[in-house]
Design a protein around this ligand. Sequence first.
Ligand code: SF4
Length: 328
Amino acid sequence: MKRILTGDRPTGNLHLGHYIGTLKNRARLQHEYETYLLVADVQCLTTNFDRPEQIKEDIYNVIAGYFAAGIDPQTANIVIQSRIPEIAELTLYYSMIVPMALLKYNPTIKSEIAAGYAKEMTYGFFGYPVNQAADITIFGADLVPVGKDQVPHIELTRKIVRKFNALYGEVLTEPRELLGEVPVLPGLDGREKMSKSLGNAIFLCDDDESIVKKIKSAVTDKSRIHPSDPGHPEVCTVFMYYRAFFPDQVPGIETGCSNAAFGCVACKKRFAENLCAFIKPMRERYFSVRNDHKFLEAAAQRGTARGRELSAATMQAVKRAMKIDYFI
Ligand code: SF4
């Protein structure tokens, strides 16, 4: 079985954008690959260094969210990044051989800086792709499921691996991207991306009342003032949600909206009812474990123990290859 690595920074509860973008896919991949889900708590500090006290709660939130979305912690290995110190060690060794230009001209970093992701341009933020390369290679991952925007990170990892192997010997596995479509769900406010920090998200743990309220507030076709005005579904956020969650209903909504057969209030009400039914089993799974810290910690400990075995073996091989395995 090939090995894959994927994961999240624990920055809050998981939402429908995560579900559509990655979680749904991971729930399937866990049965096809030896799966490692890295809860990147150290990397979370690149942008949240001023609120470390929240990270532990968010780790619980993320693991409960995985469980809600159908990820089985007995099948997929949930690994806590800070519990694998070898990742930090390998990051440091890599940083000796990574030219600055590789980071400076990395298109993902450039766009993240432009989007204001970093409150302050720290050494940790600038170098996080190197840390990511260590995440991937420490576990010897063959594949990394990503969307197009993340491909530069995998390319950077491959460059590091090739340089390392050329310098010190064939030790590291060169990963490939498992390129799939990573659909991006727009936020309720019509902005490009659903995000907790933008306050435009519907969470997997939201109750019916919140879901209905949030859908009522969703941005639709602004040119449609009266129910008798023909609508333009292609510019409507709710229509994009229909596409993502209930594709079988899309033709009816598209025609009905364009012909003004129904108004936005009725259309949203129908969507909200469907969505409440869709989220309900996930919310129930979420709350069945969210406060069961023993369960969540055991899930992480199981995966992390497996991750530690792999990372210890990789570090041993790395040090031997670099000839710094003396005085042990
Ligand atoms: S009728 Fe539905 S699809 Fe059309 S603009 Fe209103 S909410 Fe959007």
